[in-house]
Design a protein. Structure first.
Length: 451
């Protein structure tokens, strides 16, 4: 039985570190040609003076397997998720000035930068913690991310017989022969399952292709060419990548036959015709003074999409006021109501360079070739972040899974004795988020101003 896709999302981030000065680290990861392990106080294997043919990257990592998160890590999930939500909405306030539709994964961005934060020290670490809302100490933060990933992995269906798929993957791409401290590699292996892949940035195009191929494979080809031409050069020493892919069926799928073209009002007062899905079912709902909120669950009722629909002429004011406290208040007030719901099919494909944005949010030192201190990676303050690039893709339509269990759940909800449904028409710009119901983690956040 094939999986009919209702919603497909993919997001990837990479953080890129370059050499900031000529200082040499004190311990070395071997180059692909090396036959012996690294030894402290020996300089790294020098880079070849002439380019050599690019081969499959060699996986160089700590010998420690990914750790089963301790119970204390799960106890810290509320703090981690709360901080991630605060960061998600802080970032939205920075990005919303851009024109058009918007979509990104705050979870993906946070996890990739948490891996980077594992090597940050002094003021660089303090600024990153504040800007990213990393409200746990380093010793607790990384196990908490491990616990959150384990929770999300437990939601994911296995194989094509199930209603949703969630894949989260991390990888590091280090310059062959360059040194990275064992403690840094241990932290990433234990908590993120991330190994070090050795590539040669003296051949930047070949290294870029290798990394982009990995990203495409992790996101089922939804994210291609993450790293643009010119982003890598011979001074590049490390690229950190995080990919998240989510494919889910609605708990209550829309019938394709019910989809019809209808008008959607744009912010400039004009309107366009879009394919509008429709169904009458029970959903989470809130009607407030200047907006409506609707929650649509995915199969299994563990993840959901929340649509925030400002009233006419209230979109900018609603965006301006939205923060983590208001979002939590909205979620707490949702109650199940019978709705006659119409909403558009839509696709959003977004790409961001986040270096300037993150610096403006309070972590400028990480991007400063003089001030950055990532000595927890190499033993010396010789690296800084040159760019953070994020790509995300979402596709929302009517389809669900061909499975008896889905039909059975739908039948159960349809039997609720209620009166006339509330008419809710998502026919104007709206915000939406994908969240994990149990942990509160916001995996994706976006807006649609023109489907």
């Amino acid at each position: 039985m094939s999986l009919l896709r209702k919603v497909t999302l993919a997001a990837v981030i990479f953080a890129l570190a370059a050499a900031g000065c000529a200082q040499q680290p004190t311990a070395s990861i071997p180059s692909p040609a090396a036959d012996t392990p690294s030894v402290p106080d020996i300089a790294p294997t020098p880079l070849p003076s002439e380019p050599t043919p690019m081969t499959e990257p060699i996986r160089l990592q700590s010998d420690k397997p990914r750790e089963t998160p301790p119970s204390t890590a799960y106890d810290n999930l509320p703090v981690l998720s709360s901080g991630n939500t605060a960061f998600a909405l802080d970032l939205y306030q920075q990005l919303r000035s851009q024109d058009g539709n918007l979509f990104y994964s705050p979870f993906s961005i946070s996890q990739a930068l948490a891996m980077t934060y594992a090597g940050a020290k002094a003021e660089t670490a303090s600024q990153m913690a504040a800007a990213m809302h990393f409200d746990l100490p380093q010793a607790d933060l990384h196990p908490a991310f491990n616990a959150l990933s384990a929770e999300l992995d437990s939601r994911a269906g296995k194989g094509d017989q199930t209603g949703f798929k969630l894949n989260i993957a991390n990888a590091l791409w280090g310059q062959q022969g360059f040194a990275f401290l064992p403690d840094f590699l241990d932290t990433l292996a234990l908590n993120y399952g991330a190994g070090m892949q050795a590539v040669d940035y003296n051949q930047p195009d070949a290294a870029r292709q290798t990394i982009n191929d990995w990203v495409a494979a992790q996101t089922e080809d939804k994210i291609k060419d993450l790293i643009p031409e010119g982003a890598l050069n011979p001074l590049t020493r490390l690229v950190l990548t995080n990919a998240i892919y989510f494919n889910a069926a609605w708990l209550l799928p829309f019938e394709k036959e019910a989809t019809q073209n209808d008008s959607f009002d744009l912010l400039d007062g004009s309107e366009v015709q879009v394919p509008m899905m429709r169904q009458t079912e029970s959903f989470g709902y809130l009607k407030a003074e200047n907006f409506e909120a609707i929650e649509l669950f995915y199969e299994g009722r563990e993840l959901s999409m929340v649509i925030l629909l400002p009233d006419e002429d209230q979109f900018a004011a609603f965006e301006d006021s939205l923060d983590s406290a208001q979002l939590q208040s909205i979620l707490d007030q949702l109650t199940e109501q019978r709705l006659d719901l119409s909403m558009p099919k839509f696709k959003v494909d977004s790409s961001f360079g986040l270096a300037d944005t993150l610096a403006a949010m309070g972590m400028p030192d990480a991007f400063d070739g003089v001030k950055a201190d990532f000595s927890g990676m190499t033993g010396q303050p010789d690296l800084f972040i040159t760019n953070v690039v994020h790509k995300a893709y979402v596709n929302v339509n009517e389809e669900g899974t061909e499975a008896a269990a889905a039909t059975g759940v739908v039948m159960g909800l349809k039997s609720m004795p209620v009166g006339e449904p509330i008419v809710v028409k998502v026919d104007r710009p709206f915000l939406f988020l994908i969240r994990d119901s149990q942990t509160g983690a916001v995996l994706f956040l976006g807006r649609v101003v023109q489907p």
